[in-house]
Design a protein around this ligand. Sequence first.
Ligand code: AHR
Length: 483
Amino acid sequence: MNTLALHPDEARITISRHLYGHFSEHLGRCIYGGFWNADDTFREDVIEALKEIQIPNLRWPGGCFADEYHWRDGIGPRENRPSMVNTNWGGVTENNHFGTHEFLDLCERLGTEPYICGNVGSGTVQELAEWVEYVNFEGISPRADERRKNGRAQPWNVKYWGVGNESWGCGGHMRPEFYADEFRRYATYCRNYGGNRLYKIACGANVDDYKWTEALLKNTPHHLMQGLSLHYYTTNWTDKGPATGFDEAGWFDTLQRTFKMGELLERHGALMDHYDPQRKIGLIVDEWGTWFNVEPATNPGFLYQQNTLRDALVAGIHLHLFHSHAERVHMANLAQTVNVLQAVLLTEGPTLIKTPTWHVFEMYKGHQDAKNIPLHLACGEYTLEGKTLPALHASASKSADGSVLLTLCNLHASDAQPLTVDLGAAFASVTGRTLTADALDTHNTAANPNAIAPQPFDGAILSGNSLTLTVPARSVTALTLNL
Ligand code: AHR
């Protein structure tokens, strides 16, 4: 029998809504064809679908693209904007019609916080400093005057700024000590204007490069750095495999790789605890998610992949891991929002498809800004070809009104899991929904947009402080307990 014990009285740490952030790069059909139409208008259905999941922040313009992006190319009348080659992603021509104003207007439409990643790889300190001034300075200055001339009177007061992206790789192939010095220079000249305090995010490690993390923490004055990033993709780089049409071994392998995130949060977190014991610096997981082979007959540089029940489990487990490290992890950004990698949305012509990952973000949105409830899960194993995983994964949070959201992932491909939950308090009622399907690779398409969507789940029985249920095989389930 699987058992779960919740300790709602010990819920103290807030699950920042920023753990539910997203990432939009000038890559494939994320911006153009995703957020932005060919006639230079916003794609309204995309905006509405992102508002439904309460997207808290959006990172832009990259990714690798950020270190080749020169923001001045993307302001002013669109017909005058120079184009460039997007060398990282398919070698296509970027017309710069979506730039700073378009992005920040988009964020206002979404009610989301912008997170701008600056160009350290091929830009200059002056260029980044002037971008901050252009966006954030209210008074009279050359950059603020230019912004006003381009149609925006008030500053946007953007708080989150990335100082380069993957500077160990596509962002300049730097050594950590060199990057630490570069960070000092760039971060120094990103100024606070008015009451807006910048949250500057240093480029952190690739996966388990703990030396990078340590070198940065050692060689950088901590008052310059509010966040340190981490990138980890759930993929087998030697054989990424298809996004659909995989077998149970493919399911299991991907879920097993998901747990690497827990190890990374522990170990990078331990280093940060050593150098920053007061936990002032946030660990910012600003790229995470699955990375499979592109769909057949699509541009290999566009990273367009389908999204299945397997991606839903990957999302659910990641979000649980972020919750349990919420004291150190201040933000996370799924890669990427529309039409790229583990997208929450796919577009096919005029049709918008909500992926299983979108449904997980929708089912989990009650966790945003709620208090993480410590829990203890004792569950059976899911074994395949001699390898084992826990069959279940869980997280719970308490909202300001006292209600509890309990989310459960059943990783087992074929076995439902009976579960008894000690809730640690009495509740008056429970409601639930579950996301599952017959096939492991069930996904939504334009022809069948609701092949997989959450269904009501009324199998949870509440009795005093105790809840019993059978968690469906291969599922993500969300239960709300009301006082
Ligand atoms: O998300 C796709 C790419 O993956 C990003 O541009 C880069 O930062 C990472 O390597």
